[in-house]
Design a protein around this ligand. Structure first.
Ligand SMILES: *Cc1c(COP(=O)(O)O)cnc(C)c1O
Length: 390
């Protein structure tokens, strides 16, 4: 079976992991800060905070921006459920902004309209999470201008977009947002097995996320409280002493994962170049088929995490999907609109709430795309599609 996405593991990756296994630290050692600095440098951010998944990074980002009960978080329906669940972990309410017909990203125009209405009813969001779907950056200048006007904060969900460029600048450099989140799940652009990382230019946000990923514990005397009634129980200057100053989690990344990530990061540019070559090949080979090919905004450089095509309607999609799977081609669907999930319908959402995302969903199929895919494999996928659709 040709999968829709697949990790690429080299001997250098294996050696890097082995070196950690033979070292003193499997976790909380030197590899994690090295990985954090390397990713931050790669994307042009001041700080990186590595964690055990992008889901955790989204949760910490929301906590660091003080999202809580009574607050609203808005995101795109065309995403993985994690982009919305982070609001619910914080006790906040979530809502969805429909997508752009051409890019399948959260529509800045729909956002503007929805903000105008929310302004009148006093239900403006505290946080908006644009998702760089398939690796293509959202219209960040427009979204950032709305953030300025309506006073919300932006977390970029760049789980698909490490290595992408927005108007010539690397996604994650914080030009248009407070925090950017990356995923290192094996189907994403580079992997640590499981893992995620948040970048930010604000040292306080970085400090807070670092603290929250490890139980809300600090070892910095300047951040500690002393109890005047029992000073012996709270000696900030003692080298062994620590304080839990707020409720956090164990969301730490291991050094084993960080070493793999560091090794993978060196090949990120090659991976993205290869994805572009394969996507351009798909563009050429599929041009005569009755399918809609993914649009790429010339202002940006997509990381091309996915290659989603659209077919005529949902019956064609079902038929095409099954026939490709029967031919051992591991196509997939990205995404079932989050608001239509039963656990979100329970919150009051229903089909019809974000019609553009729903129509897109009914017709979409993600074709296999990953760096190690060969042109012969790609030719086989194209030939199968031609047989099925023509
Ligand atoms: C994969 C993904 C996540 C979650 O990433 P994990 O590392 O698996 O927690 C969040 N958002 C989007 C858009 C994703 O694709």
């Amino acid at each position: 079976m040709i999968p829709y996405g697949r990790q690429d593991i080299t001997e250098a990756d294996i050696a890097a992991v082995e070196a950690v296994l033979r070292s003193d630290f499997l976790t909380q050692g030197p590899a994690v800060p090295r990985f954090e600095q390397a990713v931050a440098a790669k994307v042009g951010a001041a700080n990186g905070v590595a964690v055990n998944s992008a889901t955790s990074a989204l949760h910490l980002a929301c906590r660091a921006l003080d999202l809580g009960p009574g607050d609203w978080l808005w995101t795109s329906p065309n995403t993985f459920v994690a982009s919305a669940n982070c609001a619910r972990y914080c006790g906040a309410r979530v809502d969805f902004v429909d997508i752009d017909l051409r890019t399948y990203n959260l529509s800045a125009e729909a956002l503007s309209t929805k903000l105008e209405q929310a302004d009148k009813t006093g239900t403006l969001p505290k946080i908006v999470i644009p998702v760089h779907f398939a690796g293509q950056p959202c219209d960040m200048p427009a979204i950032a201008a709305l953030a300025e006007r309506y006073g919300f904060k932006i977390i970029e969900d760049a789980s698909h977009a490490i290595g992408a460029r927005c108007d010539g600048e690397p996604v994650g450099n914080g030009r248009h947002s407070s925090i950017t989140v990356f995923s290192f799940h094996p189907v994403k652009l580079i992997t640590t097995g499981e893992g995620g990382l948040a970048t930010t230019n604000d040292p306080e946000l970085a400090e807070r996320m670092t603290r929250l990923r490890s139980h809300g514990i600090t070892r910095d005397p300047a951040r500690m409280q002393t109890d005047p009634d029992s000073p012996a129980l709270s000696p900030p200057a003692e080298p062994w002493y620590y304080q839990q100053i707020e409720l956090g989690y164990n969301y730490r990344m291991t050094d084993i994962q960080a070493a793999l990530g560091l090794s993978q990061l060196q090949r990120l540019d090659d991976y993205i170049a290869r994805r572009h070559a394969l996507a351009e090949r798909y563009d050429r080979l599929l041009v005569d088929l009755p399918v809609r090919l993914p649009y790429r905004d010339p202002r940006h450089r997509s990381a091309l995490h996915l290659y989603p095509i659209q077919v005529a309607d949902h019956t064609t999609r079902a038929k095409t999907f099954q026939a490709l799977r029967d031919a051992d081609i591991g196509v997939n669907v990205h995404y079932i609109p989050v608001h239509t999930q039963p656990d979100f319908q329970r919150l009051g959402f229903k089909a019809g709430d974000c019609p553009v995302s729903e129509v897109y969903y009914e017709r979409t199929i993600s074709l296999p795309l990953y760096p190690a895919m060969t042109e012969a494999q790609q030719d086989g996928i194209v030939a199968a599609l031609q047989r099925i659709i023509d």
